[in-house]
Design a protein around this ligand. Sequence first.
Ligand code: AMP
Length: 399
Amino acid sequence: MKILIINAGSSSLKYQLIDMDHESIIAKGLVERIGIEGGKLTHKYGDKTYTVTPDAIKDHTEAMNLVLEALLSKEHGVISSISEIGAVGHRVLHGGEKFTASCIIDQACMDAIEENIPLGPLHNPANLMGIRACQAVMPDTPMVAVFDTAFHQTMPRTSYLYGVPYEYYEKYHIRRYGFHGTSHRFVSARALEVLGLKDKPSKIVICHLGNGSSLSACVDGKCFDTSMGLTPLEGVLMGTRSGDLDPAVVECIANNEHLTPSETLNVLNKKSGLLGLSGVSSDMRDVRSAAAEGNAMAKVTLDIWAYRIRKYIGAYAAAMGGLDAIIFTAGIGENDGEGRADVLKGLEFLGVKLDAEKNAKVRGVEAEISAPDSKVKVWVIPTNEELAIARDTLMLTSK
Ligand code: AMP
């Protein structure tokens, strides 16, 4: 079966067509600047790229029509009829407490995604636009919603409640939800396989380190705690997000810079992290090259980045009462050997022993990077959120 994966943002729409017989990508692409001047579709198939720059792409339905035209095109297409697409899997940001797993999209599911808009005010409306656009152009194709928050719904109350008046949880659903759940689920399942710990007791920390970063503590394959919170702002230092800070910092910045609370949150979400501290870039490669060229602030930023992740690993080992493995994934986690080594520095007391030579060589591939006698195993396991969404979509639509 061929499955189309859709990840809709407010002005963009990413897609991948996956052949589930071989779990291979047939085509993928991106529609940018939907509803803004200068809309563009970039369609990749095999080793070829094809771009379309129409006058305007009015809305997500027009964007979906462009995607289907590209997939069906005589010159650049990869299928000959829409009916070849057996199902569509949609990435949805916030499932709140309603969704502990992926689900078939019906009216009740759409209503629940809508109900969760207050928790995901930027993403859930965009995700709904993507779903509605697909329904408009492919009304007979079954669709599945896969939630970024679902994997973390197994967290106990001790992990997810904040120390604020309990009525705010009851009235406004303020709690830790966690994100990147599809990645954490995919990587933790694979980790149990490679570690031979499936159906055995296990305590694992997954470090999803990309532009957005989050850690999860997984006990027996289930999420026990995670570093992102009500929103993706909490946790470790990220590309442009500050991660953890004293909430009083918000008022202090707002007063001094004459900003509203939401303008201040914008600074914490978009102008902080690696970018804000280093003043160089939100991209780890740029910060690392600046540090190598002697930029002192870039060097300090790298130290803070690693220190904060290390603190979380230590905290999660204590919270779980042990640690069998640490797994690195996502852009930085999979590719940046120096970063991984920095994070693990000082964790020898927990039983972590890195194979430095192997670690330096591993890039974007699955590999064990701990020494054979390391008590805590350390692995790089590449994430594949699209494949995880496609597998859920196949499973739910083949029932
Ligand atoms: P992601 O959000 O998972 O796509 O990850 C993006 C981040 O991965 C960016 O900060 C990139 O700089 C970083 N990244 C990708 N390749 C490398 C590399 N070879 N070394 C260091 N960082 C990398």
